[in-house]
Design a protein around this ligand. Structure first.
Ligand SMILES: Nc1ncnc2c1ncn2[C@@H]1O[C@H](COP(=O)(O)OP(=O)(O)OP(=O)(O)O)[C@@H](O)[C@H]1O
Ligand SMILES: [Mg+2]
Length: 381
């Protein structure tokens, strides 16, 4: 059961204890609320005392008399309004003049209860103020959650723009240094690959501009029979420019049939991230081995490198947003620390698992298991 703190501000002790008595065993519940609410009463005799309690004790509801010995109720209300304090105020007063009512409403008072009131009148006012408070808090929570979803969606997409940009940059660098000679024809494959990458980027940007997807915080998933071997080759071609510059060789070993019911963009993100790490955290002249194995009930993807490796403690920190291992070996390598967390999220969408084995200065192996039979979670839109 939820508990709401109610501050009763009145200089008459009889009114305060009367309200306490009426609300002591009273609860409010609606079918759409998970919990019933009960009330915890806090009392204040003056407006000054009320302000102190509002600041220190954060009540949810204030029942406020206007005519008080020091500052008046309406001034307490003005203070609440001016400082945007998250509390609902109900005025209770025997001098319910029109002028006061207008002023109170203008300052955000929720309601007005004239004194004297019956227990039933107080209870029904408490019911409506509780419902109002609940709905208001629910709405702001939902707004917050949807903001977070949008942020997540945009950060994943913009993260994935990095691999095509790096690939194109690498090819341009090779061309600019004339690494394969002066003949433009010898660069044709690199030009074609750059064009393909640019196309991929255009699609990603279109996704980012598609407001309906941003609103829902989701990209539409398209599950198709996808050849993981082809996806791996695509990812290799993205990272190749960087690999060439560091003289790292990449080998792909795969079974004959590597078709998997999946969204090809999601599979590409997995390969891009694991390969980008295997090259980035490798040593000059190192090696990367990728294997794709079809097993009875699952597909196993392994990405092995001969790089800097990680300690057990480092490994235990992986797969969370913005985690980067900081040491002398990684200090000149850039990244945002999102790749592995995005990869893990995708693997889990398929009911799969990701494991890592690493030995410092020897290398790292990431292994992904994807169950052949996965419950296809269609996109909700
Ligand atoms: N193959 C690897 N070998 C050694 N360390 C690795 C390897 N893969 C990941 N790491 C470590 O794990 C950290 C997190 O990796 P992750 O891919 O999530 O982020 P990142 O590579 O730093 O940035 P990005 O978001 O650009 O991928 C890296 O910063 C690195 O320290
Ligand atoms: Mg990475």
């Amino acid at each position: 059961m939820g508990k709401l703190k109610v501050l009763v501000v009145d200089d008459e002790p009889g009114i305060r204890s009367g309200i306490s008595r009426i609300l002591r065993n009273f609860t409010v519940g609606y079918p759409f609320m998970e919990d019933d609410f009960s009330f915890e009463i806090i009392e204040a005799e003056t407006g000054e005392q009320a302000l102190e309690i509002i600041n220190s004790n954060k009540p949810d509801i204030v029942l406020l008399d206007n005519k008080l010995p020091g500052i008046h109720g309406i001034e307490v209300l003005q203070h609440i309004n001016k400082n945007h304090i998250d509390v609902e105020v109900m005025m209770i007063t025997s001098y319910a003049s029109l002028e006061l009512a207008v002023k109170a409403t203008g300052n955000g008072a929720f309601n007005f209860v004239p004194k004297p009131f019956t227990p039933q009148e107080l209870k029904s006012s408490m019911e409506s103020i509780t419902k109002h408070l609940f709905l208001k808090r629910m709405t702001s929570k939902m707004k917050e959650e949807s903001k977070q979803l949008k942020f997540q969606f945009l950060s994943v997409l913009s993260h994935e723009l990095k691999s095509p940009i790096n690939a194109i940059e690498g090819y341009l660098k090779i061309m600019s240094d004339r690494q394969v000679g002066e003949n433009i024809k010898d660069y044709q494959t690199m030009i074609d690959r750059s064009m393909t990458r640019i196309n991929g980027m255009r699609n990603l940007i279109m996704d980012m501009l598609d407001l309906t997807k941003i609103e829902s915080g989701k990209k539409k998933r398209e599950l198709k029979n996808t050849d993981l071997n082809e996806i791996a080759k695509l990812a290799i071609s993205s990272i190749e420019p960087l690999a060439i510059q560091r003289n790292i060789s990449i080998h792909l070993h795969s079974d004959e049939n590597t078709f998997y019911q999946s969204d090809c963009d999601e599979m590409e993100i997995i390969f891009n991230n694991l390969l980008s790490n295997a090259v980035k955290y490798n040593l000059e002249n190192g090696e990367v081995n990728i294997s794709i194995m079809k097993q009875k009930k699952e597909i196993k993807i392994k990405v092995e490198d001969t790089g800097i490796g990680m300690t057990e403690e480092d490994v235990s920190k992986l797969f969370h947003d913005f985690v980067r291992i900081k040491n002398s070996k990684t200090k000149n390598i850039t990244g945002s620390g999102l790749g592995l967390s995005i990869t893990k999220d995708i693997v889990e969408l398929y009911g799969g698992k990701i494991d890592v084995n690493s030995i410092p200065d020897k290398g790292t192996t990431f292994t992904i298991m994807l169950p052949s039979e996965h419950s296809e979670k269609p996109s909700d839109d």
